[in-house]
Design a protein around this ligand. Structure first.
Ligand code: HEM
Length: 178
């Protein structure tokens, strides 16, 4: 690692922006009065939709990991791998957004039990890490080869934690819902 890499504005600005995104989401989720769930049958359908969208996002996260390992030479690669990495990332974000909007708007940031607190924190950190990673890759080749994998690893770890703390919990508690 190059000495002083973190002090380069192009590294810490994305980090500050990412922390800002995470904190803003958490503060919003805490201060906003949750809109609340719908009536019971509609709510159950909505929860099913959410857990499957979250599962699709997590599955795309696996593709992200495998394609990133190929791009970094840890697995065999091909010309289409970078495109696969970009599109799986875009789709994962797309699938996560309606879920997170419902979480934040209707449920808010909750801390009643450890799983729910961890889930709420992971949701905020996920978007912060995602924003930081997008800003970092927008300026490639500036002497910080470890920063982008670090940010990507954080995105993937938080996405996995989100899935474990919501969809997996839901499946093991209520079943797959079909
Ligand atoms: C942005 C910050 C987020 C906050 C504050 C948040 C908060 C919450 C809360 C409080 C619950 C209810 C948990 C319970 O009582 O069991 C919940 C449920 C859930 N969350 Fe999130 N969440 C966030 C982001 C996300 C993201 C990004 C995903 C998916 C990628 C996600 C997926 C889910 C799922 C599948 C459920 C279960 C269905 C439900 O209870 O409605 N959340 N979330």
């Amino acid at each position: 690692m190059e000495a002083g890499t973190l002090r380069q504005p192009r590294v810490w600005l994305p980090v500050v922006a990412g922390v800002g995104v995470a904190v803003c989401l958490g503060v919003y989720g805490r201060l906003h009065e949750p809109a609340g769930a719908l009536d019971v049958p509609a709510f159950i359908r909505l929860q099913d939709t959410k857990v499957w969208l979250a599962t699709a996002a997590a599955a795309l996260g696996v593709i992200q990991l495998v394609s990133a390992l190929a791009m970094y030479g840890k697995l065999p690669t091909a010309r289409w791998i970078p495109g696969l990495h970009r599109w799986s990332g875009r789709l994962a974000l797309l699938f996560s957004l309606p879920v997170a909007v419902h979480c934040l708007y209707a449920l808010g940031f909750r801390a009643g039990e450890p799983r729910v607190l961890a889930h709420s924190l992971l949701g905020c950190v996920f978007y912060g890490a995602f924003a930081a990673k997008m800003l970092l890759i927008s300026r490639p080749g500036e002497g910080r080869p470890w920063v982008v994998p670090l940010a990507g690893g954080l995105v993937l770890t938080t996405l996995t934690g989100l899935w474990l703390s919501s969809a997996l919990w839901f499946f093991t508690t209520f079943g797959p819902g079909w």
